[in-house]
Design a protein around this ligand. Structure first.
Ligand code: TYM
Length: 328
């Protein structure tokens, strides 16, 4: 049986990149046969969120988002990472077979440092905790966005180092990217860089009304007039439109941009269509989110049930690892 696992950090409200790159894949995968583990990576988020009230709220937001998007809780285990302390024990065991050099090559660590963040030891060892998350559940497939592929390769390396030293304890996981193209695997943000919680260039999936309009208004454009023919590939708004329009409609907009002239759409038209697309796409899930927020006891029950199942599985792997390295 194939085991799927993935996680999302509660460092902000889930944005379009999280959805198209990861969450949508998780919900869809959980409709197929196999085992499915999805978690809120709250230990990881301690590397950047330092306000306990904010953190608690964001953890609930991510959990509610999964359920509102239709995660089938009969098939999938939804849990909080910190409810599974076994994962930190595995992190230690893996850290003892992992060279500093491997971590020094991590792009996301290097990017954060380059952006002026003063790194904690936790930020540096972040990929080891992530490897432990993955290896703890004998995971086969990890549906993620493109930015996590290197972390996945590091998890493969770490599992391999441990197995090489102590015998076969961990399974080798593979990353799975969203089928359908690069625009889903690496969603562009308002400023043309990768959409990311740390750049404040995202659009919250449940944003609506004036707030959504304001956000969409921030998508970078240039001062070229509508009549000037344009390559759709060079228009950031079109990358975002592609997420919501069917192929035929997307092609129509592209053709009108390419042709230019009197009938060509201005950036304002594209923005209005994008806003509408986002509101429509998430309308049902937004309504479900509102309902769920009204029932916090139910959410606690779901997370507690998920934690029990996840812990049992991670404890078995932890025991195997302890025995292999001579600690039992
Ligand atoms: P995080 O919280 O940054 O993002 C959650 C998921 O969303 C994907 N993603 C994107 N996909 C496409 N375009 C984007 N612009 C975009 N931005 C984010 C991410 O690739 C990810 O799949 N380290 C992980 C959390 C984690 C994890 C794990 C994931 C912890 N342990 C174990 C998988 C397995 C992270 O920071 O994701």
């Amino acid at each position: 049986m194939t085991t799927y696992l993935s996680g999302i950090q509660p460092t902000g409200r889930p944005h379009l990149g999280n959805y198209f790159g990861a969450l949508r894949q998780h919900v869809e995968a959980a409709r197929t046969d196999g085992e499915h583990f999805y978690f809120i990576a709250d230990y990881h988020s301690l590397t950047s969120i330092h306000d306990p009230v904010v953190l608690r709220e964001l953890v609930r937001e991510v959990a509610v988002t999964y359920i509102a998007l239709g995660l089938d809780l009969e098939r999938a285990v939804l849990f909080r990472q910190s409810d599974v302390p076994e994962v930190t024990e595995l992190t230690w065991m893996l850290s003892c077979v992992t060279g500093m050099g491997l971590l020094e090559r991590a792009h996301s660590f290097k990017d954060k440092v380059a952006n002026g963040i003063k790194p904690s030891v936790g930020l540096f060892t972040y990929p080891i905790l992530m490897a432990a998350d993955i290896l703890a559940y004998d995971t086969d497939r990890v549906p993620v966005g493109k930015d996590q592929v290197q972390h996945l390769e590091m998890a493969q390396d770490m599992g391999g180092y441990f197995n090489g030293r102590y015998g076969e304890v961990f399974k080798r996981p593979e990353a799975v990217l969203a089928a359908g193209g690069e625009h889903l695997q690496r969603v562009i943000g308002l400023d043309g860089r990768k959409m990311s919680k740390s750049y404040d260039n995202g659009i919250w999936i449940f944003e609506t009304g004036k707030a959504l309009k304001k956000r969409v208004n921030r998508v970078v454009t240039d001062s070229r007039p509508p009549e000037e023919p344009k390559e759709p590939e060079s228009v950031v708004l079109m990358d975002l439109m592609k997420l919501f329009l069917d192929d035929a409609e997307f092609e129509q907009w592209s053709a009108r941009l390419r042709a230019g002239g009197e009938g060509a759409p201005g950036y304002g038209h594209l923005k209005a269509r994008l806003t509408e697309g986002i509101e429509e796409h998430f309308a049902e899930a937004r309504a479900r989110r509102d309902e769920l927020l009204g029932d916090p006891a139910e959410l606690d029950r779901i997370l507690a049930a998920g934690a029990a199942k996840a812990r049992a599985r991670a404890a078995a792997t932890r025991d195997r690892a302890l025995a292999a390295c001579g600690l039992r």
